[in-house]
Design a binder for this molecule. Structure first.
Ligand code: FAD
Ligand code: NAP
Length: 337
């Protein structure tokens, strides 16, 4: 029988370090243990939530249900061609350890995603992305277990409906499947993506251009700019960058000529939400013990024992102030529970 814990603290299991408890907590180590838990009559009719590294979650109250924290590990090469390898990775592997493994095996595709916190199992959920790369471009298929039945189901990359910081697992199938492992297609002949942010500039500090120096460059840039959740609890970008119509963009750029934006296609433009928040003077501001980070306005931080409600109130204040100033809606990227 798998160990279950009652009234279990989540404080060290969420990167905002919010002090909340869950009614029940289990950490299954195998597919069989996951199924044992799901099929246990005791948990049949209570809410279930899958937890990874807790780095994209905000708990606003105690969780009235069962937290399942899968512990399935392992990285194995399953198939190989002249150009690619297919690698199977357990959900509980730490994302950045997998990136390190790939780079050390000279396999390309995820090096720009270095140092993103969290687990491999969560990587498809919001289609993690950074520096011009999204994980969807390397995902081949996703192994899951349905939380209501315990039945296994395999999702091809198409079935995952990947989108900008989004997938079927964050939308119509939110909280319905546990991802047990992910298959990635990594390249033996990688092409580098270097035209984003400060990567080129940072690479000038290295003699050679290869997967290792790209990874090191990304790590250096991120460490210089982003707050370390161990020291300043946060969940990364709280808001997604909004995508607006070209007409709306024209309206705004006429009024704010220095506004930061990036074209998406002929009809759409992505606005830098950080610029909008900074422009209205909210960067570095706080509400109670919740704050907008001083270097990166997209990131909300727990200054000292903030409650989830306090952080959510600040997020709403930022969202509403951006809306009243620019008539642009910001969506939360962080999952609220
Ligand atoms: P959790 O926070 O535990 O869970 C997130 C969601 O996924 C929840 O809905 C949860 O139920 C679900 N989930 C988790 N594991 C599973 C599973 N095995 N099966 C099914 N559902 C699951 N994100 C980016 O995209 N790009 C970045 O550059 C980036 N930078 C960040 C920097 C910092 C400092 C921080 C704190 C966060 C950053 N993030 C970034 C957000 C975060 O790292 C990612 O969203 C990450 O994938 C979350 O992983 P996790 O294991 O912590 O997920
Ligand atoms: P940055 O480089 O200062 O860029 C600011 C914003 O502009 C980013 O949000 C990025 O959008 C966008 N951008 C920059 N160059 C771009 C280009 N060439 N084409 C299109 N869009 C461009 O951002 P940062 O805060 O230091 O973050 C760097 C990268 O890490 C970004 O990709 C960011 O998404 C990622 N990151 C994500 C999180 C998270 O929690 N989600 C947290 C920290 C960092 P995109 O966000 O769409 O890339």
């Amino acid at each position: 029988m798998i160990d279950t814990y009652q009234n279990y603290s989540l404080k060290n299991l969420n990167s905002f370090k919010v002090d909340v408890y869950t009614d029940y907590y289990v950490a299954p180590k195998s597919l069989e243990e996951i199924q044992e838990v799901i099929l246990n009559i005791k948990y049949k009719n209570i809410p279930k939530l899958v937890l990874g590294g807790g780095s994209n979650m905000l708990f606003t109250s105690n969780f009235k249900g069962l937290i399942i924290h899968p512990q399935i590990k392992g990285i194995s090469i399953e198939a190989e061609t002249e150009d690619n390898v297919i690698v199977k990775v357990g959900a509980a592997e730490i994302w950045d350890r997998f990136v390190n493994w790939a780079v050390n095996h000279n396999l390309g595709g995820i090096e720009n995603l270095s140092l993103i916190p969290g687990s491999v199992g969560a990587s498809p959920v919001q289609n993690i992305g950074a520096y011009g790369v999204e994980v969807k471009d390397t995902i081949y298929k996703v192994n899951t277990i349905e939380l209501s039945t315990g039945k296994p189901r395999v999702f091809s990359d198409k079935m995952c409906k990947f989108n900008y910081r989004n997938s079927i697992f964050k939308n119509e199938l939110k909280n319905q499947y546990l991802i047990s492992s992910v298959y990635f297609r990594l390249s033996k002949k990688p092409s580098y993506i270097l035209d984003y942010g400060n990567i080129q500039k940072e690479l000038k500090n290295f003699k050679n251009l290869n997967l290792k120096t790209i990874r090191e460059s990304v790590i250096n840039i991120r460490e210089a700019k982003l707050p370390d959740p161990e020291l300043t609890p946060n969940a990364g970008s709280f808001f997604k960058n909004p995508v607006v119509s070209h007409k709306k963009y024209q309206e705004l750029i006429n009024k704010y000529p220095d506004m930061v934006s990036y074209p998406i296609d002929k009809n759409h433009v992505k606005l830098a939400a950080g610029w909008l928040i900074d422009h209205i003077g909210l960067k570095g501001k706080s509400l109670g013990q919740a704050g907008v980070h001083k270097n990166q306005a997209l990131v909300l931080v727990n200054l000292d024992n903030a409650s989830g409600i306090e952080i959510l109130e600040l997020a709403k204040l930022v969202r509403d102030t951006v809306f009243s100033n620019f008539d642009v809606s910001l969506d939360f990227e962080v999952n609220i529970y």
